[in-house]
Design a binder for this molecule. Structure first.
Ligand SMILES: [Zn+2]
Length: 124
């Protein structure tokens, strides 16, 4: 099994309820997002999936998040607030849909909301 990882960034605002008190105020983060995809079969060029294509797909997903107020996006609502956990899941599910007809599958997405705090969504 081969696993590839790419790293990207986006900046956005969110507001979370019912967690640590300071998170209830509107605030922003510069999120760092690590995306891992895996598969067993390499193509004739010896690669699982072209890094350029992977970055292009992820870039399109980042466009939906970058410089947005995340609470206002369709994906998020009161039951799915825009926490780092749910952001990681959103990115993972969005990319998996794009990769559905390739040899690669998303294995995990990690969303770092600060230098020392992150949430990972593991695809099962
Ligand atoms: Zn926050």
């Amino acid at each position: 099994m081969f696993e590839l990882k790419i790293v990207t960034y986006f900046a956005a605002a969110h507001q979370l309820k019912m967690v640590a008190k300071k998170c209830e105020n509107l605030h922003g983060h510069n999120w760092k997002v690590e995306i891992c995809v895996a598969g067993e079969a390499l193509n004739d060029a010896g690669i699982l999936v072209d890094f350029g294509e992977l970055k292009q797909h992820v870039s399109e997903i980042m466009t939906t998040l970058d410089h947005k107020f995340l609470n206002e996006l369709d994906y998020f609502d009161d039951h799915t607030p825009p926490s780092s956990e749910n952001i990681a899941r959103y990115v993972a599910n969005s990319l998996q849909t794009i990769l559905s007809d390739t040899e690669a599958n998303v294995t995990r997405v990690t969303a770092w909301e600060s230098e020392n705090a992150c949430a990972t969504y593991l695809m099962t």
